[in-house]
Ligand binder design. Structure first.
Ligand SMILES: Cc1ncc(COP(=O)(O)O)c(C=O)c1O
Length: 390
């Protein structure tokens, strides 16, 4: 049975598995060795060393992500930032230029504004990125275009097929951060992108208990990414590889619940008298809804909203939650809530945050897999308490 024909649920459960051939175990063993014997004295043909990313325990999650994204090859890295860094450095060198959409994860924004200039790489940030405005920023020395969709934390939706087309026409490498959507909801490579990066810390692992990242793409490009990954030593250790592979076995199941609950919560919040705005690509009045409906199979588990009250009361509301946890990060089984201005975008200069529409009262919500009715009840009691006690 050709693995290429298997459905995403099956790929989550089985793709990449390296069954234990010694004792017949049905899971991938954790290979702890950092040194492997030569083939002619009892080892295997592949030269194996953890930093070279070729230990079977590392291959298993990398191949699972590649299968889910429809990629020829993939590798896992120590964090989402490590994955982004090696993807960018694989295609950029001193004197090159890269075009980014402006509304990016704050850590990505910090990386490009601090690290790229140190390496002699120029960049342009494009607000409200659509293919035409991204193309307008292309220069003679532009080598790549990088987008994140839906974006963090306002859910700007980029038309991936249109950006892939512009990249092809202008000879650029196109890179998409697919963290928020997950490969269950969206596959940029199928729409013509060259590389996809993930913070595997989020939905891929899904249990808020490790930091990891991944890059997938064509074999030719991934050879370059792998070279950077080996040089910079962004290895993911085998214990975390094991956790990541195990977490991904339930990715499709989890995403179905995340998608359904976030939609229900977006509807609940939209109809709530204390909520002034809701940002969720699944809502028909979201500016990116039509494009999202075309390129996504589900709208994801992330949403943001603003309360129609003072910042003090908004804070009180979040502090009054009993079930939902106030914490950074996203994509886990437990619902998390945060103020992006203090967390994901704390490193972004305040004027840039304001320019992007990230107010100090914007609240970001990562819908977990709890029952949606319990989440709504928690929000309702917290809003009521904030309004009463102010
Ligand atoms: C969209 C997005 N991309 C990349 C990252 C970076 O991932 P990591 O924290 O695993 O390095 C994050 C982290 O929050 C993110 O939200």
């Amino acid at each position: 049975m050709g693995r290429a024909m298997l459905h995403p649920d099956t790929l989550c459960a089985r793709a990449g598995e390296k069954l234990d051939r010694i004792v017949g175990g049905v899971t991938t063993p954790i290979h702890t060795a950092s040194a492997y014997m030569r083939a002619d004295v009892g080892g295997t043909a592949a030269y194996r060393y953890p930093r070279y990313n070729n230990i079977p325990t590392q291959d298993a999650p990398a191949e699972k992500i590649a299968a889910l994204e429809g990629a020829q090859a993939g590798l896992v890295a120590a964090s989402g930032m490590a994955a982004e860094a090696v993807a960018l450095l694989a295609v950029l060198a001193a004197g090159d230029h890269v075009v980014f959409q402006a509304d990016l994860y704050g850590g990505t924004h910090h990386f490009l504004s601090v690290e790229l200039p140190r390496l002699g790489i120029e960049y342009t940030l494009v607000a409200n990125a659509d293919a035409a405005s991204l193309e307008a920023a292309v220069q003679a020395n532009t080598r790549a275009v990088y987008v994140e969709t839906p974006s963090n934390p306002l859910f700007h939706v980029v038309d991936l097929a249109a950006v892939a087309d512009l990249a092809r026409r202008r000879g650029l490498v196109s890179i998409a951060d697919n963290t928020f959507a997950s490969p269950i909801n969206q596959n940029p490579l199928a729409l013509g992108f060259d590389l996809v990066v993930h913070s595997g810390t989020k939905y891929l692992n899904g249990h808020s208990d490790l930091n990891c990242g991944a890059v997938v793409g064509s074999r030719a490009l991934m050879d370059k990414v792998r070279e950077r990954a080996v040089d910079y030593g962004v290895t993911l250790n085998v214990y975390d590889c094991f956790l990541l592979e195990r977490g991904m076995k339930t990715l499709a199941l989890r995403m179905a619940r995340h998608n359904a609950s976030a939609m229900a919560l977006a509807d609940f919040l939209s109809g709530h008298r204390l909520v002034s705005r809701v940002f969720y690509p699944g809502l028909p009045d979201h500016p990116g809804h039509a494009v999202a409906a075309r390129q996504m199979r589900g709208f994801g588990g992330m949403l943001s909203f603003e309360l129609d009250c003072s910042p003090k009361r908004a804070r009180k509301a979040v502090a009054s939650l009993e079930l939902i946890l106030e914490a950074v990060s996203l994509g886990g089984v437990e619902s998390l809530i945060c103020f992006p201005c203090e967390t994901s975008h704390a490193k972004m200069p305040p004027d840039e945050r304001r320019r992007q529409g990230i107010s100090d009262t914007l609240i970001r919500f990562s819908t977990g897999i709890e029952d949606a009715a319990d989440l709504m009840a928690d929000l309702e009691q917290a809003f009521a308490r904030a309004m009463r006690d102010g």
